[in-house]
Design a protein around this ligand. Structure first.
Ligand SMILES: [Zn+2]
Length: 236
């Protein structure tokens, strides 16, 4: 009677340990020096465990400074900021360019900036070249930091948006080197090359962002992509 009981107890403890370890990596609580994964590098197009390696940037300013490098991204660290309303950011950066495209952002988390760099450099620019025969010169962003709750979903209306932590970015469209512009509100879901491009880059974004919403999600997103690196997981 003793042995099976001890076996069950050991199994439960092992399972608990596995769940807690996974959660620690998920929430970026494991310092890089204790991590079995190599530090993220923007030189690498398709890194293994890219999500967990992005999460490792969350609380690590020196790692952030080492990772966010030209020519992939032009970014500078900014001071942490908190408000008494539960808003603000930690380990944030100011961004001016990513993957050769102008993308001015006043404040965004380092983790988000790295995810944007990987997506733009290794998915968006190559797809612009192969599907549209040009490059993206400007990303039209529609906001990162905003001290507010989630909008467009009644059951989450009392929950702080990831925008309240500068851990999200809304993107409304792109300017291309050949003079064209692409707008999500105008081009999403149509039968043209620009629309297929938008669909393809949205699909590829889900690898880097935990939440990646398009106009398919709800009416509140009819004119932009919403990307964030919060605790939820949604690709739609
Ligand atoms: Zn948003």
């Amino acid at each position: 009677m003793q042995r099976p009981r001890r076996f069950v107890l050991k199994s439960i403890l092992a399972l608990l340990f596995a769940i807690l370890s996974a959660a620690a990596f998920w929430f970026g609580l494991v310092p890089q020096r204790l991590s079995p994964f190599a530090p993220l590098s923007l030189d690498e197009p398709s890194a293994w465990f890219v999500d967990l390696r992005l999460a490792a940037l969350r609380r690590d300013k020196p790692l952030c400074n080492a990772v966010l490098k030209a020519p992939h991204i032009v970014a500078h660290g900014i001071d942490d900021f908190t408000t008494d309303k539960g808003c603000g950011w930690s380990n944030g950066v100011r961004v001016s360019q990513i993957a050769g495209a102008d993308l001015p952002i006043g404040q965004i988390t380092c983790e988000m900036a790295a995810a944007l760099a990987l997506w733009l450099e290794y998915e968006v620019q190559p797809l612009a070249a192969s599907m549209l025969g040009t490059t993206v010169t400007r990303v039209r962003q529609m906001g990162s930091y905003a001290c507010r709750n989630i909008i467009g979903n009644r059951s989450f209306r009392n929950v702080r948006s990831q925008h309240a932590g500068a851990n999200a970015l809304d993107i409304g469209g792109f300017s291309l080197a050949d003079g064209r512009t692409i707008s999500i509100v105008r081009d999403w879901g149509r039968a043209r090359a620009e629309s297929r491009f938008l669909e393809a880059i949205h699909q590829r974004s889900c690898r880097y962002f935990r939440v990646s919403l398009s106009p398919n999600f709800n009416a509140a997103h009819r004119d932009h992509f919403h990307f964030d690196r919060g605790p939820l997981w949604r690709c739609r």
